[in-house]
Design a protein. Structure first.
Length: 283
């Protein structure tokens, strides 16, 4: 079926269902979303999805569980498509448009802000959207704008419980600040990530519900060491690398490249310390 025909067929069927049996419109919308995603036609289909959701919201109300589930699914689809587009391929021009759609649905006090299970659900989706905006701007070389979006993400993450990865947000900020040559605040964000991950591990252990975030903890220690080296604090850097290596060696496969990379960084930092003090370390 031609691209235009897919959208026209859906819209005609959807309007007919809304006039006769509105309950059938849900399945039509779900099927349509699956089709446009599979065909990589989400750019053209998003406007129809938005219009359909608006009609369903007006008919069933924003508190309807199906309305809330479909709005959440739509926002997640927008973010997924945007990140796939950002990664390359023929749809690169669409990555910003998909995020703009997601942004419009998750703004506080927006027309669809009440169409989520609760405000925490909206904030969680908004955090995902803002984080992906940061990825978009970073890829396009707008580092200050990327930092701005990540800082907004952190503020949202601080207001809700059960956030998936605030430490990851700190590490993303660390990487961008480092690229900008701002190594002091970059080190601060790496240290924040370390403390968050250590706290998470303690909480998981006490609740007997451990989640393996140790590889991310090893990365956080490594990034912290890198920033300390930029600041010429080689002893502290060597110590950070040592802690990261201990975590990586304990939790990862013995052949994992991260183990060797952190170990080598630790040796290099130790050699710098030794050179400063006038002696050599065994290699």
């Amino acid at each position: 079926m031609a691209t235009d025909a897919v959208h026209e067929t859906f819209w005609e069927g959807f309007r007919g269902a809304m006039e006769t049996t509105p309950s059938d419109a849900w399945e039509l919308l779900k099927n349509y979303m699956e089709v446009v995603l599979a065909r990589h036609q989400f750019a053209a289909g998003a406007v129809h999805v938005d219009a359909a959701l608006e009609a369903l919201r007006e008919t069933f109300g924003p508190a309807d569980p199906n309305v809330q589930a479909m709005y959440e699914e739509h926002v997640l689809c927008c973010n997924s498509v945007a990140m796939q587009s950002l990664g390359g391929g023929s749809r690169r021009a669409f990555d910003r448009k998909a995020l703009d759609v997601s942004d419009s649905h998750t703004v506080p006090d927006g027309p669809t802000a009440a169409c989520f299970k609760d405000d925490a659900a909206r904030k969680r989706l908004r955090g995902i959207t803002l984080n992906n905006f940061a990825c978009y701007f970073k890829k396009h070389g707008k580092l200050h704008t990327a930092i701005h979006y990540l800082e907004k993400t952190l503020k949202i993450e601080a207001t809700i419980s059960g956030v998936e990865n605030p430490a990851g947000t700190h590490l993303n900020i660390c990487a961008i600040l480092s690229e900008m040559g701002r190594h002091v605040p970059a080190a601060d964000h790496a240290r924040c990530a370390i403390e968050l991950l250590k706290h998470e591990r303690r909480e998981c252990t006490s609740n007997n519900d451990a989640k393996n975030g140790d590889s991310l903890l090893a990365i956080a220690y490594y990034n912290y060491g890198v920033e300390l080296e930029h600041l010429r604090k080689f002893e502290l850097a060597a110590a950070a690398y040592g802690k990261g290596h201990a975590v990586a060696a304990k939790e990862l496969n013995p052949n994992h490249p991260m183990i060797h990379a952190i170990y080598q960084a630790m040796l290099d930092a130790q050699q710098r310390v030794a050179s400063r003090k006038g002696y050599s370390t065994p290699r």
